[in-house]
Design a protein around this ligand. Structure first.
Ligand code: PXP
Length: 240
């Protein structure tokens, strides 16, 4: 079955709204794993708006599945990754003023730099994934970088307003997943996935993992973390 990585950033968003010590993303991660999460994801942003260094350090010790650190490919972040050694690093573009990660990485334009950063982390036995638009040129560039995985950005599919637009975006994801799989990448997908639009993405056999944050945390506020994760697993399985 397609694996589910749960992003707990927005538990930290609520905590940082009051600068107190609750709710704790570390506790949320434990409960997500109890609900069946196959991995825990955090995005340590340059501005530390939600996840803090303390969260990452404790999660490294407590996560029993896999820890995936999303981060910008800056010198500061690569240094942190090499110290903390998450199982996976997902390199994402980052702009301070954005509400969430808006686009995919521009891999082709930054090939040599990304290759160097990827190599440094792979030498430390960290699996490196690149977050990219469903675009064949970016996949080919990711191959030249030597990444282990690509995460296909599903944001445009999730936000499509018309049926036609949704179909077009879905087709781009299908094509991208096929090309990436042929190039022997582990193919992941994420962004904007929720209890309504995830099933169609989970049906694509090339995609082995989905990374989902906001919708699960939103639901967890109403039904609890374990239940929210369990329900998403059922959506992925096609039984809900
Ligand atoms: N994958 C990546 C690379 C992301 O940056 C994010 C957002 O942090 C997600 C997945 C999860 O997106 P969402 O919160 O919309 O589910």
């Amino acid at each position: 079955m397609t694996r589910l990585g749960v992003n707990v950033d927005h538990v930290a968003t609520v905590r940082q709204a009051r600068l107190v010590n609750e709710p704790d993303p570390v506790e949320a991660a434990v409960m997500a794993e109890m609900g069946g999460a196959d991995g825990i994801i955090v995005h340590l942003r340059e501005d530390r708006r939600h996840i803090q260094d303390r969260d990452l350090n404790i999660l490294r010790q407590t996560v029993k599945t896999k820890l995936n650190l999303e981060m910008a490919a800056t010198q500061e972040m690569v240094k942190i990754a090499l110290e903390v050694k998450p199982d996976t690093v997902t390199l994402v573009p980052e702009r301070r003023e954005e509400l969430t990660t808006e686009g995919g990485l521009e891999v082709a334009m930054n090939l040599e730099y990304l290759k160097k950063m990827t190599g440094l982390m792979q030498d430390a036995e960290i699996w490196v994934s690149l977050f990219i638009a469903p675009d064949v040129d970016q996949i080919k560039a990711s191959h030249r970088v030597g990444a282990d995985a690509v995460e296909i950005h599903t944001g445009k599919y999730a936000e499509a307003k018309t049926g036609q637009e949704k179909d077009e975006e879905y087709q781009k994801i299908i094509n991208a997943a096929k090309v990436a799989s042929k190039l022997k990448f582990e193919v992941v997908a994420g962004h904007g996935l929720n209890y309504r639009n995830t099933r169609k993405i989970a049906q694509l056999t090339e995609i082995v993992e989905l990374n989902i944050g906001h919708s699960i945390i939103s639901r967890a506020m109403l039904v609890g973390m374990e239940a929210a994760v369990r329900e998403m697993k059922k959506v992925i399985e096609g039984v809900l």
